[in-house]
Design a protein around this ligand. Structure first.
Ligand SMILES: [Zn+2]
Length: 229
C-alpha cells in the first residue's frame, strides 16, 4: 500500500465514493506470528466541501487476490469516521447543536442515528420513541404521564398541533411494537418515523431557539411622534 495525494472515501456532505485530499498520514507495519500487518491512517479533506474524515486502510500478508494482470495484490479493508450511510441515513446537520440544548437529548438522538447508519432499524425505531419520550419532558410534560398523556399535554401547551400529535402517536406505537414484539420497520417505514422525529426535535429545540435569537436582533418599531404643523 502506498500513500497518495488523494483517496476515494465517503464525504458526510457530498455522498459516497468522492475524492478527498490527503492532509496527514501515519503508517504502521506490525507482525503477528507469521503474518505481516500493514495499517495506513489518513486524515482526509473533501475536495468539494472541505469536510474532514478519518480513514484507516489495513491489509495483511494472509489475504490477497490475483488481479486481472495476474499479479498478487493484498486485500485492503477500508473503514472511516464519520461513517456515511449509502441509504441516506446520515444524521441531520443540526445534530451537533443539540449538545448545547440538552446533553441527554443529544446522546439519545446520536445513538439513534448510530443504530440507523448501522442498519439496526429495530433499535432505531426504539430510539425515535425514546427521543419523543425524553423530549416531551423537556417541553413540560410530566415524566410520570403515559405516552398518550404526554401527547395531550404537549397539545394543550401549544408545543404540537393536532396533526403532529397523530404522527407522533405512530412513532410511539412503532417503538412499542419494536420493544414488545421485536417489530423491525422496513426502509420506507423508518424514513417516515425519522421525518416525524426530526421535525419534532428540529422545530421545538433548534428552530424555536434560532428564531428567538433573531427576534432579539430585530429593532423595535419607532413610535410616531405628533405631526408637526
Ligand atoms: Zn464533501
Amino acid at each position: 500500500m502506498s500513500s497518495a495525494d488523494r483517496l476515494r472515501a465517503d464525504c458526510p456532505e457530498c455522498g459516497t465514493h468522492k475524492w478527498l485530499y490527503v492532509k496527514a498520514t501515519y503508517d504502521q507495519a506490525l507482525k503477528f506470528e507469521q503474518t505481516d500487518i500493514y495499517i495506513n491512517h489518513f486524515i482526509l479533506e473533501c475536495a468539494g466541501c472541505e469536510s474532514v474524515v478519518y480513514v484507516r486502510r489495513s491489509a495483511d500478508s494472509e489475504f490477497f487476490y490475483i488481479s486481472a494482470d495476474g499479479e498478487q495484490e493484498l486485500e485492503v479493508t477500508q473503514i472511516q469516521f464519520p461513517k456515511v450511510s449509502p441509504d441516506g441515513h446520515e444524521s441531520p446537520k443540526w445534530l451537533p447543536e443539540l449538545l448545547y440544548v440538552d446533553k441527554t437529548l443529544f446522546k439519545v438522538t446520536t445513538q439513534t442515528y448510530d443504530a440507523l447508519s448501522a442498519g439496526s432499524l429495530l433499535f432505531a425505531s426504539v430510539g425515535f420513541r425514546t427521543i419523543f419520550d425524553y423530549g416531551s419532558t423537556l417541553l413540560g410534560a410530566d415524566s410520570s404521564l403515559s405516552f398518550s398523556g404526554k401527547l395531550s399535554k404537549l397539545v394543550s401547551l401549544g408545543k404540537i398541533g393536532a396533526e403532529e400529535k397523530i404522527n407522533l402517536e405512530t412513532v410511539v406505537e412503532a417503538g412499542n411494537a419494536s420493544i414488545h414484539r421485536a417489530w423491525q420497520p422496513k426502509g420506507d417505514d423508518i424514513r417516515v418515523l425519522r421525518n416525524v422525529s426530526d421535525a419534532f426535535v428540529y422545530r421545538n429545540f433548534i428552530l424555536n431557539r434560532d428564531v428567538l435569537g433573531i427576534s432579539k436582533k430585530i429593532p423595535p418599531k419607532k413610535r410616531l411622534g405628533p405631526l408637526s404643523s
